[in-house]
Design a protein around this ligand. Structure first.
Ligand SMILES: Nc1nc2c(ncn2[C@@H]2O[C@H](COP(=O)(O)OP(=O)(O)OP(=O)(O)O)[C@@H](O)[C@H]2O)c(=O)[nH]1
Ligand SMILES: [Mg+2]
Length: 385
């Protein structure tokens, strides 16, 4: 594009550019319609009124709480999506309604196996979930795929891309895919995903697959909301990566060395042997269940079937031993404590007295004239705690 400055005069005096019959935007100087530097055209948008009747189109009907409840219990995925949107909303009236809905639905939740799936970017999680989801859907299970991706508000979310990538699963009548919510509320993404999971269960989904990218804190969040945790590995991802994963290995119930196909098969098998050796030294993540390692490939359905057999075996064994229910109970209580802590924090930093006192205390503590502990005591007294 050349740098010649072009004087810009609005041609319609602020009129709606869509009403311009030529389809040329407002800011294109007159006589420049065919200038290649203004290769842009205004396409007419959706008319706010219906041309036939001259009336505004009907807005989506607002649902009452009974509608949500009935729709979800009937397995209506459209209403399920709207309920999830309600749960994800930060508006106080939405939050109140969402909590009422969840309270009503709670007795209908929990009848599922919740599986967390993590792994480094590119390990093949989404591809595996798509293949596994289709396999389980074909067997008559109702599968819900959720994502916990706190980075999504910045990057646009990899799972968003996944929904277009998981073409077969999206179309599967027994599957429901929900992209990652963005954070920013009390409890953040973890809370929303947790509540989304409950809604999916109430809608009859008996398998919940939660994908998370294996970076940072995500795995811990997901571990705290699922029954079974699957770590997808790839052979030869580099020593530093494997080292980083050590902490994650300890919270996994199954390691799967993925992409065990073609030329990579041998390497995957070797890596698997090595992981089994490492697992011998580690405490299992779930009492009574010995963490396993297997190889798999999204292109070899029998490996995915075998992988799922392990999940079923795990569920049977831990249900029998009581570890399954025990973990769920603990997770709920821990979750409540985490929310209390967060709510307190929220109220504390919004408190008028705290906001007034804090800058002064920061100065004093920073200037070494007041010990930090004394500052805490003082501000807590003002807060009334
Ligand atoms: N050979 C082989 N390639 C695979 C397999 N699974 C996935 N891939 C390829 O690996 C690449 C990454 O797969 P994804 O499923 O997007 O990986 P991901 O772990 O979901 O990646 P992020 O969502 O970015 O973290 C894609 O090019 C896939 O085609 C597999 O079993 N075998
Ligand atoms: Mg993915």
């Amino acid at each position: 594009m050349e740098d010649t400055p072009i004087p810009i005069r609005p041609r319609h005096g602020g009129e709606d550019p869509c009403s311009c019959p030529s389809g040329v935007p407002d800011w294109v100087p007159e006589g420049s319609e065919d200038d290649p530097r203004f290769a842009c055209r205004v396409m007419p948008g959706v008319s706010p009124t219906l041309p036939e009747t001259g009336r505004r189109p009907v807005k989506r009907r607002k649902l009452a709480i009974d509608d949500y409840e009935r729709g979800i219990l009937a397995g209506d995925s459209g209403i399920l999506s709207r309920a999830i949107t309600l749960v994800e909303s930060n508006r106080p009236d939405h939050e109140a309604m969402a909590q009422e809905l969840l309270t009503r639905l709670l007795p209908k939740t929990g009848n599922s196996i919740r599986v967390g799936i993590t792994g480094v970017p590119g390990a093949g999680k989404s591809t595996l979930i798509e293949a596994l989801g289709c396999l389980l859907g074909d067997r008559g299970h109702k599968v819900a795929v959720l994502a916990v991706d706190p980075s999504s508000s910045v990057t646009g979310g990899s799972i968003l891309g996944d929904k277009t990538r998981m073409q077969n699963l999206v179309r599967h009548p027994n599957a429901y895919i929900r992209p990652s919510p963005s954070g920013g509320s009390l409890g953040g993404v973890g809370r929303k995903s947790r509540e989304t999971m409950l809604l999916c269960e109430a809608a009859g989904h008996d398998i919940i697959l939660v994908e998370t990218v294996g970076v940072g804190q995500n795995e811990i969040t997901v571990r705290s909301m699922v029954d079974f945790f699957l770590l997808i590995m790839i052979a030869g991802a580099g020593d530093e990566l494997q080292g980083m994963k050590k902490g994650v290995i300890e919270i996994a119930d199954l390691l799967a060395v993925n992409k065990a196909d073609g030329e990579n098969l041998r390497r995957a098998q070797l890596a698997c042997t090595e992981y089994r050796r490492v697992l011998g030294f580690l405490q299992p993540a779930t009492p009574g269940w010995k963490t396993r390692c297997t190889t798999c490939s999204a292109f070899a359905p029998e490996t995915l079937a075998a992988l799922w057999d392990s999940v079923v075996e795990f569920a049977d064994a831990t249900r029998k031993s009581g570890a399954f229910e025990d973990r769920r109970r603990k997770q709920s209580v821990e979750w409540m404590h985490a929310m209390i802590a967060e709510e307190l924090r929220h109220r504390f930093f919004r408190n008028e007295k705290v906001r007034r006192l804090l800058p002064d205390l920061e100065r004093q503590v920073g200037g070494q004239t007041l010990p930090a502990a004394a500052a805490v005591r003082r501000i807590m007294e003002d807060f009334g705690a």
